[in-house]
Design a binder for this molecule. Sequence first.
Ligand code: OSB
Ligand code: MG
Length: 371
Amino acid sequence: MGNIERVELLLLRLPYIHFFETSFGREEEREFILVKVHSGGLSGYGEVVADRSPLYSYETTSTAWSVLKDFLVPLVFEQSLSDPQVFHEEAKKYRGHPMAKAGLELAMWDIHGKKEEKPLWKIYGGVKKDIPSGVSIGIQDSVSELLERIQFFLDEGYQRIKVKIKPGWDYEILTEIRKTFPELALQADANGAYSLDDMENLKRLDEFKLLMLEQPFPPYDLWDHSRLQKELETPLCLDESIVSVGEARKAYEMKSCRIINIKVGRVGGIVESRQIHDFCQEKQIPVWCGGMLESGIGRAHNIHLATLPNFRFPNDLSASKRYYEEDLIEPQVEVSRTGTIRVPESPGIGVSPQEKRIERATLKREVIKAS
Ligand code: OSB
Ligand code: MG
């Protein structure tokens, strides 16, 4: 494969259609980085899911920008790296910063797929033509607004509902949801808002028969999760805690969870995501694909990943119109009446980034060239 000649970094801002509130707080818009790589007349796109503030993880748009510019992009040029798998290995010498690494690796996969003239799902070994879709609903101003939103998304066809919880917005809202929707496929995500002191309260959540409870305790805490999982009937699913295949193994050995959510950004790319997928498949731990409210570019990448066989639950992959007024791609991501997303068949990410829309949302742009 030819060398990468040029890498563009773009900082974008897109307003959400509806605010998104988690246990970290409320956000009205998303700031993120697009990585565009150029090689032999082709271009590939990746998305860096780091946010403006270090809430979900320590990375931010500015740390990712600086690590990409000063270390990761120069590495690609110095070593003439164009194979995403080789890039993944070489980039390990720089510690941390998985979201920055993933953004560049994704752009390299897109180019790779375009050169091979194959959609990424085929290159990854995917087996699904349609992906089951769930929706993640943030904390609302009132229970009635939450119930209305759930009904709205059920009418759209989504196969399961995930709600964000935190201390004080948990038992009562789940009680109300179960009263209205007794049979709903329902799960809850705490984004690390609880501690061992909340053990008794968390055990009470068993009565709601949740599909899973996601990340009750902070990241980097496999041990406390294993103590909770022992006491809980509800399967725990880890998100923030699983930053590599090594952590997935430790979670398995400690029985910290029964399900894992894979996010390409959190684990540092597709190569690591596939390793986690394969490890979990071997150990019979089902996985599903998490989301970071990506634009259509990041979302398309996630859709290809979610075609792998051990993705066994509905994913946090929703329609473009659930997030943004004007998504950055065509065709837009759509969810069918039966709650599925069709996997693109064109080469690479298989959707077309819309340059004009990207330009309108761009706050800052920099081009880095091979010397
Ligand atoms: O914990 O899964 C999470 C969004 C931003 C940060 C963390 C999370 C989320 C979501 C949204 O739940 C999922 C989506 O992209 O639809
Ligand atoms: Mg989560």
